[in-house]
Design a protein around this ligand. Structure first.
Ligand SMILES: [Zn+2]
Length: 211
């Protein structure tokens, strides 16, 4: 069943495509199902990687990571955040489960403020502001991520019931409000480093992240 919030999003008729994507992961080759979804605006695109093991049966509850794109972290392995480590941890979990998926949302870069403003906010953090104060400093919301398209994608994939890989209760609540049943929230524990300790402390103290 779709929630009212989901009915409000527009999607093109040809909005889903599918292929196979072999990737290198931890020194071995991994073949995953790859799907792409097109939202209403050009920038709203989502990529989904699915691991379907031999144990996957109809009714198997998938473990799912809804991952916000992070150019600095995911591509360049920046140590200012924990995105890369979270993505790697999520890939490891989904490939060890009978059914697992990464819902990768590039336009959630910088918690939805985009690459430019994120780097601008980093510059303010260099002057001593924390991640929330810095977002306010660049005139951006603390978190402007919209999960409607991600929820619509999950429903399209038949993943209405999921085990959510996340430390972020706000993400869990947002998906629940959009009609996704979170059977379990599975935390991802990443040890902090000297560059992201303050960022992770802020996420814990001011954004209620369970880390
Ligand atoms: Zn990041």
């Amino acid at each position: 069943m779709k929630s009212n919030a989901l009915k409000s999003i527009k999607i093109p008729t040809d909005w889903a495509v599918e292929t196979v994507l072999p990737i290198e992961f931890q020194g071995r080759e991994l073949v995953l199902e790859a799907h792409a979804f097109q939202g209403d605006s050009d920038e709203e695109q989502i990529m989904v990687l699915i691991h379907r093991g031999p144990g996957a049966e109809p009714g198997t509850v998938p473990v799912v990571r809804v991952h916000s794109g992070c150019v600095t972290g995911d591509i360049f392995h920046s140590l200012r955040c924990d995105c890369y480590q979270q993505l790697q941890a999520a890939l490891k979990v989904i490939t060890h489960e009978p059914l697992g998926a990464i819902i990768y949302v590039p336009y959630h870069e910088g918690r939805g403020i985009g690459l430019f403003k994120k780097i601008q906010a980093y510059a303010l953090q260099d002057e001593g502001l924390d991640t929330i104060e810095a977002n306010i400093g660049v005139g951006a919301p603390i978190d402007s991520r919209d999960y409607r398209l991600a929820a619509r994608v999950l429903i399209d994939l038949g993943m209405n019931d999921i085990k959510l890989l996340s430390n972020n209760p706000a993400k869990e609540h947002a998906l629940k409000a959009l009609g996704i049943r979170i059977v379990e929230r599975v935390p991802i524990v990443i040890p902090p480093n000297k560059f992201n300790r303050r960022y992770l402390d802020t996420k814990r103290a001011r954004m209620a992240h369970k880390i």
